[in-house]
Design a binder for this molecule. Structure first.
Ligand code: ZN
Length: 289
């Protein structure tokens, strides 16, 4: 481990000093030195084994059933600002508004919303009763993702979530810093412009919001070459997944089991069953040295 990085033990200790009761109501705070990340569970979820066609085709079956997952939205509180990474499902299914209320945040307090990609479980919660839930928020979406979405008839239904924000949508370029100090990086494959966001921390470490880089951590951390059917370009998705899981930081995943955090390969949770390291396992079809 590099000097200045924060160890898993220290992070686990942070979990126990949560500002909220532990895992209460699907809200988990990660108090970091110069900011706070709060995981808000929008919806509970599981990913059926059958979703992972590559695993099925290889004859590999880890389970007959399904993998624990979640739909998580992340709230970042930094320098007096309240910002979100993604917005979860349509309010008919999701609970973002209610979770924010429980966390003491009014929708009007949200200044910026960073979108990892344009899928309904990431932008649905932008709407409330047909209007923008967040009256003061700027929406940040990668220009490449926006352009790809405009050409994709299969995703045209998402316009209703985005159009109320059309006057305050910022189409960003990768690797250029965004408000709050977030740095977007391209990790395509799941969608053409799928984005992860790095947030450098005072600890010398960084938080990395990884979106849909993995849909079933129990399967895809040990076997990152397996894709969910949702991954539009599987080869690119695999490369993006491996590259991201190797990053030295706290990973926050939209579909990681609640509370949605992992550290550089070992998933961070008080439950020991998640504390495995994907690097211990050989990657299928790759040389194991
Ligand atoms: Zn998703």
């Amino acid at each position: 481990m590099k000097t200045g990085t924060i160890g898993t033990a220290a992070l686990l200790a942070m979990l126990t000093v949560s500002a909220f009761a532990e895992n209460a109501d699907g809200i988990q705070s990660f108090p970091l030195r110069d900011c706070e990340v709060v995981c808000l569970q929008d919806t509970s979820a599981s990913m059926p084994q059958g979703l992972f066609a590559d695993a099925e085709a290889s004859g590999f079956r880890q389970t007959d059933d399904s993998y624990e997952a979640s739909v998580n939205v992340f709230l970042i509180r930094k320098e007096g600002k309240a910002m979100l990474v993604d917005a979860g499902n349509d309010p008919s299914r999701g609970s973002l508004r209610e979770k924010l209320q429980k966390a003491g945040i009014r929708p009007a307090d949200i200044s910026n919303i960073f979108i990892t990609h344009l899928h309904p479980d990431h932008v649905g919660g932008l709407l409330w009763e047909g209007k923008a839930l967040f009256p003061n928020a700027t929406l940040h979406i990668a220009r490449e993702e926006l352009e790809a979405w405009k050409k994709d008839n299969g995703r045209s239904g998402l316009a209703k979530y985005l159009s109320p924000y059309s006057q305050r949508t910022h189409a960003f370029e990768y690797e250029k810093a965004l408000p709050g100090g977030l740095i977007p990086l391209k990790r395509g494959g799941h969608t053409p412009g799928h984005t992860i966001f790095r947030l450098p921390l005072a600890e010398g470490n960084e938080a990395i919001f990884v979106g849909d880089i993995a849909h079933a951590v129990a399967l895809q951390f040990p076997y990152p070459t397996f894709c969910a059917r949702f991954d539009k370009a599987p080869q690119e998705a695999v490369a993006s997944r491996i590259q991201t899981l190797q990053m030295d930081g706290i990973l926050f995943g939209a579909h990681f089991p609640f509370p949605g955090a992992a550290q550089g390969g070992a998933v961070l949770s008080s439950a020991p069953r998640w504390s495995f390291d994907y690097r211990r396992y050989p990657v299928p079809n790759q040389k194991n040295d």
